[in-house]
Design a protein around this ligand. Sequence first.
Ligand code: F6R
Ligand code: ZN
Length: 194
Amino acid sequence: MLPETDYPISITLEAASGLIHPCPNLVERHVSDLKAVFYDQSAAQRLISAGDPLVYEIRYYPFVTSKSDMAIAVTRILPGTVGDEFFMSKGHQHARDDQAEIYYCLAGEGYLLLDTLEGDFRAEPWKPGVVTHIPPMWAHRAVNTGHEALVYAGFYHLSAGHVYDRVEQQGFAQVAVRRGGLPVLMDRQQALQG
Ligand code: F6R
Ligand code: ZN
């Protein structure tokens, strides 16, 4: 007889809404939770004072067995900007240097930004159906450049761990901003200089 945890489990995922059933864990991140990562700090502060809107929500399900620890996390980033920078996830590296992750874009449009924080940067254009492999040690952040919610699922090991400090301190090489009504990527240093 196997332990209870070691039997197969199925859950359901609604691509358009990012809802999962059952949903044992829901995390909400508001502007104040990721203030430090937006390049325009005054714009972030103004939004916080004006009600601190929700930027994204994460619903996750841990598939923990006696010998494994995979999980699915479904993130739904709302449309919006802080100043001219599009709403995005906080961004992190995994604590373990042998832990990759797979992201699957389910709804909306935007970019997955990837940065080693040591000189390499990539921006993967995202639309529904795109699957991106995130190699170990690449910091990853999704950006919603569209008018609808951006929804994606991540598949990872819980023991990978999340490190946010380096991203918060250093930022990514590029930021996604709205210029002339259109989304563009520009160097963060250039954006900071106005
Ligand atoms: C897990 C993972 C995602 C993110 C989620 C929110 O390793 O990459 O589930 O945790 O998209 O982003 P962060 O964690 O940067 O707030
Ligand atoms: Zn991750």
